[in-house]
Design a protein around this ligand. Structure first.
Ligand SMILES: Cc1cc2nc3c(=O)[nH]c(=O)nc-3n(C[C@H](O)[C@H](O)[C@H](O)COP(=O)(O)OP(=O)(O)OC[C@H]3O[C@@H](n4cnc5c(N)ncnc54)[C@H](O)[C@@H]3O)c2cc1C
Length: 341
């Protein structure tokens, strides 16, 4: 039962030396402290939805975050402050917040994983990021050996990044506090595909419940939802991040390449567009690994894949994009015991 493939959405990953399940914050801290004192390598595991773990597995202690619970404080001025345990399921929390009459998380509906996983890569979808709603993050600091609370401004949130990702393995997230607006109108819709699906214009708001429904429909079409059916698509979502490149490099791309200017003068472009233009095809296979038939950015396990197959397919995609555009794709998925070079 120590096979890590049982705990990742890609359903790959070899055995862990030891797996422990932390059902409370105290247990989580104790497991981390004991492993650190014994100088054992530690892997913190949430929902396993952003992980590609090697076939050799993990030679250390895997600590699965399973603490639960939330506490709500509400006042008419600041809205709802909801402190949520790291081990809670992300989408169940989104649904609960909407059912309790809160807005602002609707665009992030349907993202797999835990609440504790959400600040790490500052999850984002359909024009919004979780950092827009985070008030503070409570962590155990493995270097300082103490509990610490980060205010949002201290989390260094960026596109698919945060201090919890850049200072890798240092902070164990215990809970996250969200500040949410009471209301039934969404944040402004900034994503063209979502606006079209809802029949509204960019910048408009829409009823929160309708936005959640629309996002879930769009995600289902792209195979970007986890479900319990036999035909579930086994992936870790988008495998690569959208590259952020210099303006000079962006100017060299073909005229129809997507370009999203960033506040620092750089330009974000689309990894999916680059892959498609470089000849990476939906449905393309390497052994058991397959480019999703519904979304070129999702590398999937067609049923028999090993982690090595996924890595080989990712390397092919990366190489084709580099040869055609000179742009190096970087993995969004966290690689354990593997690299793409
Ligand atoms: C079908 C699908 C669709 C997806 N769509 C999106 C999307 O639209 N947008 C998006 O941003 N992401 C998306 N993802 C990626 C993924 O769902 C998110 O990154 C998610 O937040 C990962 O959470 P997790 O609990 O599964 O983390 P895991 O995969 O378990 O872990 C990811 C990393 O976080 C660390 N970690 C996890 N929990 C903690 C903790 N409590 N403390 C410290 N470190 C921790 C792990 O050690 C690891 O390094 C998608 C994934 C899938 C499978």
């Amino acid at each position: 039962m120590n096979e890590l493939s049982n705990f990742t959405t890609l359903r790959v990953g070899g055995p862990a030396q030891k797996i422990v399940h932390a059902h409370s914050e105290d247990e989580l801290i104790q497991f981390v402290k004991s492993a650190d004192e014994a100088k054992e390598p530690v892997l913190i595991l949430g929902g396993g939805s952003n992980l590609l773990i090697s076939d050799a597995g993990f030679a250390g202690t895997v600590i699965r975050v399973e603490n639960k619970g939330n506490a709500l404080e509400y006042d008419a001025c600041s809205g709802g402050m909801i402190e949520v345990a790291a081990g809670e399921d992300w989408d169940k929390f989104v649904e609960l917040s909407i059912n309790q009459g809160f807005a602002d998380l609707e665009s992030l509906s349907g993202i797999p994983g835990t609440v504790g996983g959400s600040p790490i890569q500052n999850i984002g979808a359909y024009g919004h990021e979780v950092s827009e709603t985070i008030a503070r993050v409570r962590v155990y600091d493995r270097v300082g050996k103490a509990i610490k609370t980060f205010a949002a401004a201290e989390c260094n949130f960026s596109y698919r990044g945060s201090i919890f990702k850049s200072e890798k393995d240092r902070y164990v997230i215990l809970n996250v506090t969200f500040q949410l607006r009471k209301g039934d109108q969404s944040l402004p819709i900034t994503y063209a595909e979502l606006a079209k699906h809802l029949g509204v214009s960019i910048g408009d708001r829409a009823p929160v419940k309708e936005v959640r429904k629309a996002v879930l429909e769009l995600r289902a079409r792209k195979g970007m939802l986890l479900d319990s059916s036999e035909n579930q698509i086994m992936s870790a979502g988008s495998f690569f991040v959208n590259p952020i490149i210099s303006k000079a490099a962006a100017d060299k791309l073909p005229a129809d390449a997507p370009r999203w200017p960033q506040s620092d003068g750089q330009v974000k472009t689309s990894a999916a567009w680059l892959m498609e233009q470089a000849g990476v095809l939906k449905g393309e296979k390497f052994a058991g690994a397959q480019i999703s038939e519904r979304h070129v950015l999702a590398l999937t396990n067609s049923g028999t894949a090993k982690a090595d197959d996924i890595v080989k397919l990712a390397k092919v995609a990366k190489q084709r994009v580099f040869e055609k555009f000179g742009i190096e794709l970087k993995a969004e998925v966290q690689l354990i015991g593997l690299d793409l070079n």
